[in-house]
Design a protein around this ligand. Structure first.
Ligand code: 13P
Length: 252
């Protein structure tokens, strides 16, 4: 049996000032020994927080992620942050294709193809987000929507590149709503995702972590993480509290 990495990643979104964020990272660090040693923690923090959080968690084994990167390598792109910049500040990961970016900032599959290629070039592991809206689920299109999000972007990678990708299934209707997918709904989609990945990447798909995101919290993490194809979580609101974040990491 292949053992996939277990991951609990926090997505702080646009929350906390820099001092508050560094404090939160230190609080997570102070409790890190409470989690099982085979669970990897990752903190996905705002760009402004990366340097401070990198310093706070240095040498701890906690991973550092940005929440986006530019679709261009460098140059006259005011306001953008490149994959190389992220690498140079100590990031190992970058969240790409989050539904909030797709929904509010016009993130397209085409741009994501460019972003993921640049992340790969810098050796950053993408945390690639997919997920359907409530309307798409109610129309019965959730499997095909998620499949096309994967095909349009991840299928541009080689199996060697795909081996470093973490996929996050985040049903849009469950994000920040307090409404979690049931373990059955999540497992069914995660198994579908793995089947789609296997169709392109073969055995590599068995090693790719697929995380669940959407109102995941200490009270429901255990049931979700017990599912065969759920390898951990991408945590929004509950990652802003060190105790809740660690409690989720202890739910495997
Ligand atoms: P919540 O956990 O706040 O629902 O957010 C999930 C999410 O979008 C993580 O990326």
């Amino acid at each position: 049996m292949i053992m996939r990495m277990k991951i609990v990643a926090g997505n702080w979104k646009m929350n906390t000032t820099v001092p508050e964020g560094v404090e939160l990272a230190k609080n997570v660090l102070a409790k890190v020994s409470e989690k099982p040693s085979d669970v990897k923690l990752i903190l996905g923090v705002p760009f402004t927080h990366l340097a401070g959080v990198a310093e706070a968690i240095s040498g701890s084994g906690i991973g550092l992620a940005a929440q986006n990167c530019a679709d261009k390598e460098s140059g006259a792109y005011t306001g953008e942050v490149s994959a190389a910049m992220l690498k140079s500040v100590g990031c190992g990961y970058v969240i790409l294709g989050h539904s909030e970016r797709r929904q509010y900032y016009g993130e397209t599959d085409e741009r994501l193809v460019a972003k993921i290629a640049l992340a790969m070039k810098e050796g950053l592991a993408p945390i690639f987000c997919v997920g359907e809206t409530l309307e798409q689920r109610e129309a019965g299109n959730h499997f095909s929507v998620v499949e096309s999000q994967i095909r349009n972007v991840l299928f541009t990678l080689t199996p060697e590149q795909a081996a470093s990708v973490i996929v996050a299934y985040e049903p849009v209707w469950a994000i920040g709503t307090g409404k979690t997918a049931t373990a059955g709904q999540a497992q069914e989609m995660h198994a579908h995702i793995r089947k789609v990945l296997a169709g392109r990447f073969g055995d590599v798909a068995e090693t790719m972590p697929v995380l669940y995101g959407g109102s995941c919290k200490p009270s429901n993490a255990k049931e979700l993480f017990a599912c065969a194809d759920i390898d951990g979580g991408l945590i929004g609101g509950a990652s802003l509290n060190a105790d809740d974040f660690l409690a989720i990491a202890k739910s495997f």
